[in-house]
Design a protein around this ligand. Structure first.
Ligand code: ADP
Ligand code: MG
Length: 693
């Protein structure tokens, strides 16, 4: 029989500490909360090496009396509750009396503290829960607490610590959020002796957001002020077009405490429904004031998830608060989305030949209206350019060009059974050829599968067949696709250039079908090329070819893009990769990134969209930067930058594109694996017309 032993004080302290203290950011959260509870007006946080070796928090709060200092470091020692009734109306951030006990168990802790009414303060040192010093000292009012060598006595815990920079980012993230939640307190954060940010403490939420997230973010905010069922919500949300690739910038505070709340996030996103693209998330800084007795405070202090006794009123209040703010700002609207695009219908008809439905599909309403490329060229497409309506069944209309109409799509049939299209011969990537099946049969099978998956993610553009109404002048379009101009062709990728010794076969451009398919003739074959897939693949190849100088273009007025600390860090870690792609980013004001140069090929794109997407992708793949992950990023960029089905392109452009693609053996599929072209041989035609048997 095993004997049962009581754990020593030291071991039980370490176990208990592990529940509250996970990493430097959790220590800092607890210590700042103590400073706030102490009524401080100024709080300064300093960290070194991500907080693993040094944390110092200085406040001007009420301080602790000489005799109380050792007590404060005992477990379940708190000045914040005395009776069990206090639990129901708790307004302070801490109340369990566990933080200091936990911190001192796993670090070397020093505290210098003085109450205003006392003449002398206290100097106290405690290491691994053992008191080392307790004496009186002269010091200013308030408390300074220093934590050295976190987890020095718990090596297992040390192993779980991430790189200093990552831990440091987490600390910044926490301090950011706490600073936002208390605009009446002046916060300062120093990281390795460098000032990260400081807030003024003027009590205005706007000032705090400005200090923490920067001018551009603050400038894009919409005020929220709402009250319902005794719940008050105030703060800011952002313009729908300023939505992000993840939820990092969603900040909810309940009774001034930063929380994570599924209820609040769902209500916020529901209010934005139809105005932000699927996969994008609105940012916000919203304060919820609610009676403390309906909030479950008994959730573990280290966790930020919150529970309400009844979710419904909170959800409703959040939804209406945001929705009405957006409506007031004229930014929310129920819109009839673009009609089905040719690209979509062509994919569908490929699978199942049929005409597109004229009514928009319900689920498509989640998407943002597509804006023609030329408008995007004018910078982030300004809300003023979009005439928005809030009536019952309005249609989004752009000031210019005219509303988008449903394309008329001719009925396309699947290739007839007996027709065999051969894919081009020297194609290393032709994974579709298998024994017993023709390439086309396997293509179709694969493609059907892939298209199904892809339609969920790929965002096809522009949807009208009426070029005179919808598409801008050709000139502007031509200039946009600079890769097609002759200069660009001259300095073609060496890999793309065919062997100069061999005489280059000629490609004769015949025309374009359905505003999406290039038809050309070469080497006794008719070539049918998907112009979007072809262009996308070319851009992808250009971005991917790291061994040459990517054509990069300096940005005259560098655009600033605000990222989360993690995202900015992920980009900074990948500077080399980004440079190889043609990006030059300045991290001096990180996480506010200034875009100095961009790949020429995507110069017409909106950096506010591209950079956060890049960053999010790098962030997700930080620990595992596989080549496929980089490819994913490049696909996204290439897809956005490529010409789209239904774009109006002139013959010169298309014939150049066809040439470039046809003579590059590597380009036979788009980056998503769809085929770029089919060929029908002359022999095949002759067979079809019974000229040959
Ligand atoms: P809790 O915050 O849950 O009460 P802590 O372990 O965090 O427990 O702190 C214990 C006690 O120490 C607090 O209740 C408070 O009285 C005192 N204390 C801690 N930090 C400070 C501070 N910065 N200023 C004044 N008092 C403090
Ligand atoms: Mg506390």
């Amino acid at each position: 029989m095993p004997t049962i032993n009581l754990l020593s004080r030291e071991i039980s302290e370490l176990i208990a500490a592990g529940e509250v203290i996970e990493r430097p950011s959790s220590v800092i959260k607890e210590l700042i909360e103590n400073s706030i509870d102490a009524g401080s007006r100024h709080i300064t946080v300093e960290i070194k090496r991500g907080g693993s070796t040094f944390i110092r928090i200085t406040d001007d709060g009420c301080g602790i009396a000489f005799d109380d200092v050792p007590k404060a470091f005992l477990r379940h020692a708190t000045s914040k509750i005395t009776t069990k009734d206090d639990l129901n109306s708790i307004l302070t951030l801490g109340f369990r009396g566990e933080a200091l006990a936990s911190v001192c168990a796993v670090s070397k802790t020093e505290i210098i503290t003085k109450q205003a009414e006392d003449e002398l303060g206290t100097h106290y040192i405690i290491e691994g829960s053992d008191e080392v010093l307790h004496e009186r000292t002269g010091c200013p009012d308030g408390t300074t607490i220093i934590i050295r060598d976190l987890f020095y006595n718990v090596p297992a815990r040390q192993k779980f610590m991430k790189k200093d920079s990552v831990e440091g980012n987490m600390v910044c993230g926490i301090v950011n959020k706490i600073a936002l939640s208390h605009p009446e307190i002046a916060f300062k954060l120093l990281r390795d002796n460098k000032l990260e940010f400081s807030t003024s403490g003027d009590g205005k939420l706007y000032s705090a957001v400005f200090a923490v997230y920067g001018k551009a973010f603050a400038g894009d905010m919409i005020p929220v002020e709402y009250e319902q069922d005794g719940i008050k919500i105030h703060g800011f949300t952002v313009k729908p077009l300023y939505s992000r690739a993840n939820r990092t910038f969603q900040n909810f505070f309940v009774n001034s405490r930063y929380v994570k709340s599924q209820v609040c996030a769902s209500a916020l996103e529901e209010a934005y429904k139809g105005t932000v693209m699927t996969g994008k998330f609105p940012a916000c800084i919203l304060m919820i004031d609610i009676a403390p007795d309906v909030v479950d405070v008994n959730v573990h202090p280290a966790k930020v998830e919150i529970r309400f006794s009844d979710d419904r009123p909170v959800y409703d209040c959040m939804f209406f608060a945001v929705k009405s703010a957006l409506m007031k700002a004229g930014l929310v609207y129920d819109f009839q989305l673009k009609q089905q695009t040719i690209a979509e219908t062509s994919q569908e008809t490929y699978i199942q030949p049929k005409l597109p439905e004229t009514a928009p599909k319900q689920e498509k309403q989640d998407m943002i209206p597509e804006v023609p490329e030329t408008e995007k060229n004018q910078g982030r497409f300004a809300e003023k350019n979009i005439a928005l309506t809030t009536q019952s069944s309005p249609v989004v209309s752009y000031s210019s060009p005219a509303p988008v109409k449903a394309p008329e799509v001719p009925e396309t049939k699947e290739p007839a059974e007996e027709t065999t299209y051969t894919s081009l011969p020297p194609c290393t990537e032709d994974k579709y050829r298998t024994e017993g099946n023709t390439a086309s049969e396997n293509y179709i099978r694969e493609i059907r599968k892939e298209i199904k998956e892809e339609t969920e993610t790929e965002n096809t553009d522009n949807s009208s067949d009426n070029s005179s109404e919808v598409f801008p002048e050709e000139d502007s379009l031509t200039s946009k696709y600079s890769f097609i101009n002759s200069n660009d062709l001259k300095k073609k990728d060496p890999e793309v250039t065919p062997d100069p010794v061999l005489e280059k076969p000629k490609l004769k451009y015949i025309g374009e079908a359905f505003k999406g398919y290039i038809i050309a003739e070469a080497e006794e074959k008719i070539i049918i090329m998907d112009k979007h897939a072809a262009h996308e693949r070319i851009i992808f190849e250009k971005l991917k070819s790291e061994d040459r100088d990517p054509a990069s273009q300096l940005v005259l007025c560098p655009e600033g893009v605000l990222l989360s600390l993690d995202e900015a860090h992920a980009l900074e870690e990948n500077t080399k990769v980004l440079e190889n792609m043609g990006f030059k980013l300045d991290f001096a004001n990180s996480p506010y990134i200034s875009v100095k140069a961009i790949p020429t090929i995507i110069a017409h794109l909106n950096m506010d969209e591209i950079i956060p997407e890049l960053a999010d992708n790098f962030r997700k793949n930080m620990r595992d930067p596989r080549p496929e992950a980089i490819d994913d990023i490049l696909h996204t960029i290439a897809c956005k930058a490529a010409i789209k089905m239904n774009d109006s392109n002139n013959d010169t452009e298309l014939s150049k594109l066809a040439e470039e693609v046809y003579f590059n053996d590597r380009i036979r599929h788009c980056p998503h694996g769809r085929p770029v072209m089919f060929v029908i041989s002359k022999y095949e035609l002759e067979k079809q017309f019974r000229r040959k048997v």
